[in-house]
Design a protein around this ligand. Sequence first.
Ligand code: HEM
Length: 327
Amino acid sequence: MNEDITYRMVLGCKRDDQFDLKAIVEETSFLAGAFNISDFVPSLAALDIQWLTKRMRKVSKTIDQLLEKIIDDHEQVAKTTSGKQGKHEDFVDVLLSLMNQPLNPNDEQVHFLDRTNVKAILLDMLTAAFDTSASSIVWSLSELLRHPRVMKKLQKELQTVVGMDRMVEETDLPKLDYLNMVVKESFRLHPVGPLLVPHESIEDIAIDGYDIPKKSRIIVNIWSIGRDPSVWSENVEEFYPERFMNNNIELRGHDFQLIPFGSGRRGCLGLQLGLTTVRIVLAQLVHCFNWELPTGMLPQDLDMSEKFGLSMSKAKHLLAKPTYRLL
Ligand code: HEM
């Protein structure tokens, strides 16, 4: 489902079965976050002893073919619909409309965007959008399966606010306070970007007695912040959404104890979309279905190990049996 949403949202088209987007994005994220010994011993780079460069070349060729095809298709459609009224424009169309525009009216040679830039932006959006929402939903549902009390309470809220004769809609989301707390609690324990993306300090600064010079590479470990008892309290390892009951801690980057989307200028630009996707999909899964773990498995036995990469997903797939529950 997430693959379909991403295709439509970023590429403005239906899924192309010729390409396995999930595998492409997973391989790209793995390679981007992989430990590369040549970063520390540059003289080994030419040997490519971990075969990372070889794999990167292979995946980059596949990505290029996919993006070239998407751009070609959009250019074809643009030619045939040019000048027609009511033409629907998607994200790729907007980027293409900016392609080859002069950045400076007095200098025709320097362009705002070229074809390579367009492909890079599309790849950035695909990798940033694809795994993040899906992983967050899997983590949240897994925590609900491990905590039947929370699952029941959430189902009760959905039953009261939405009823049992229709599905949850986006307009219901502001009324679903407990859902909001469940999602925050899940992001606290399982941020899909545990180290955000590397930032750079723009001025000299001292934090807690440590001097950090201007232009330092800054890695913010939000995974640790989310599990720091001095920030949250003693029951920090427990999945307990009620901790958000009487406070205004938000996910938008103002409350530094909870920044799963980062903060500031380089924070996630898909925050609103990602958050809405996680909330609506989780709400529908919990509202439409009762969930059971495989026979004999107890909630506390559910494996919650993490797979570390550029994004942090669950190491083992979640297996659970749904039973439809709406009227
Ligand atoms: C639950 C879903 C998502 C989560 C948890 C998430 C999380 C993040 C995080 C932690 C960062 C790095 C921020 C920083 O270092 O300060 C980021 C960056 C980014 N995200 Fe998301 N994201 C999600 C969904 C999306 C979606 C749906 C899109 C696009 C439609 C998107 C586009 C981006 C982009 C383009 C950046 C890079 C921004 C920059 O470097 O300027 N994200 N995201």
